[in-house]
Design a protein around this ligand. Structure first.
Ligand SMILES: *Cc1c(COP(=O)(O)O)cnc(C)c1O
Length: 383
């Protein structure tokens, strides 16, 4: 029996050759492929600067440090996300606040952000859920008015457009963070990137990526000789390897094709489920042209008196190893211990109850999407 999960990488022979090429070269890390990949991401997104990293979690961590988030600062994000979007605030010593979602898009609601802003709000981390951009102009306007920074968590959204610009252009933010985990839109095995248009933020990210080490003559405080280096701020080792960068470079070339295929599969699901009133989908706003990372089906299990747990057991038995994105972050014991409770963000909680992510990745054929849809409906009818 073939197993279908919600996401999966697509690796070509050209990509395998690119990685083998690096293995046969003299440089496995800190070489030319990193710079090439960073330039390619800049060219693709329209951002001025890019720093590639070990993963998106590292990117979120460094973005908070680059903004000097510290004790006493508040940072607002959404509860409907992977926990890394919230955890990064704590890494820097800041306090996480959540703003509830707009249930039509599952993205952070601008009205709900307004309710969470205080004099301590230092930054906002909007997450482009499922690949659809948040309402960035509205969030940027709020940022201008209240004086906070904006870091886009675009882990789902490389390839997506917001109002004729690519997500990652940072037209309405200070930094954008991408993930290249194998389930995401393009992969480097593990990997991430931060884009920015600020030279100052770029230099801070570079410094923090590699131990805080300074080697450039212009940055050194004294000149000993060629061997000399200094450390100005304790950084980390969040460096991506050359192998990963070579893979990423090749994947980025195919992102247009991936996007087309992902949107095609989404339109097939919409057609195949259109006659079943029990199933609905998220809406795509006019400002968005998403490279969809997820395609969640929404089912009101409670009202329909369908046991979601039994439904999932049936799906898994039939080879559909599906997932739910996401358990609301404030439900985790760590956040409950910080004072959050069930009931705090009812729209995110209702969304969690209703959502099931359907398989969505480029190698799925039309026939497979048909088979998955049929199997899904059969399980729904059988519980
Ligand atoms: C996957 C993901 C991350 C973390 O990405 P890694 O590259 O695995 O660190 C962060 N935020 C969101 C919304 C994600 O989906």
């Amino acid at each position: 029996m073939k197993i279908y999960s919600y996401g999966k990488q697509d690796i070509s022979q050209e990509e395998i050759d690119a990685v083998v090429g690096v293995l046969n070269s003299d440089t496995l890390t800190q070489g030319p492929k990193i710079k090439e990949f960073e330039s390619a991401i800049c060219e693709y997104t329209g951002a001025t600067y890019c720093v590639v990293l070990t993963n998106a979690t590292a990117g979120l961590h460094l973005s908070m440090l680059a903004l000097d988030v510290a004790a006493g600062d508040e940072v607002i994000t959404t509860p409907t996300t992977f926990m890394a979007s919230a955890n990064c605030v704590g890494y820097a010593g800041g306090t996480v606040k959540f703003a509830d979602i707009d249930p039509e898009t599952a993205n952070i609601s601008v009205c709900e952000i307004k309710r969470q802003i205080t004099s301590k709000t230092k930054a906002i981390i909007p997450v482009h859920y499922a690949g659809q951009s948040c309402d960035m102009e509205a969030i940027h306007d709020l940022g201008q008015k209240h004086g906070f920074y904006i870091v886009e968590d675009a882990a789902h959204a490389i390839g997506s457009d917001y109002k004729n610009a690519k997500v990652g252009s940072c037209a309405h933010s200070d930094m954008t963070v991408f993930s290249f985990h194998p389930v995401k839109n393009i992969t480097t095995g593990e990997g991430g990137a931060v884009t920015t248009n600020s030279r100052e933020l770029y230099e801070r990210l570079l410094l923090l990526r590699s131990h805080g080490i300074v080697k450039n003559d212009s940055q050194l405080t004294c000149a000993h000789g060629k061997w000399h280096y200094e450390m100005h701020r304790p950084g980390f080792n969040y460096r991506m390897t050359e192998l990963q960068a070579a893979l990423g470079l090749s994947q980025l070339k195919r992102i247009g094709k991936f996007k087309e295929k992902r949107r095609h599969i989404v339109s097939l699901y919409e057609k195949l489920f259109s006659k079943d009133s029990r199933i609905s989908f998220l809406e795509e706003r006019d400002y968005s042209n998403a490279c969809f990372h997820l395609w969640p089906a929404l089912i009101d299990f409670k009202n329909l008196k369908i046991d979601k747990k039994k439904f999932f057991d049936q799906l898994w038995k039939a080879g559909l190893h599906l997932q739910v994105h996401y358990v609301p972050v404030h439900w985790f014991s760590y956040y409950r211990n910080l004072g959050f409770s069930r009931g705090d963000f009812p729209k995110a909680e209702m969304y969690y109850e209703q959502t099931v992510s359907l398989p969505l990745y480029p190698s799925l054929s039309d026939d497979e999407v048909g088979y998955i849809s049929k199997t899904f409906l059969m399980a729904l009818n059988n519980v």
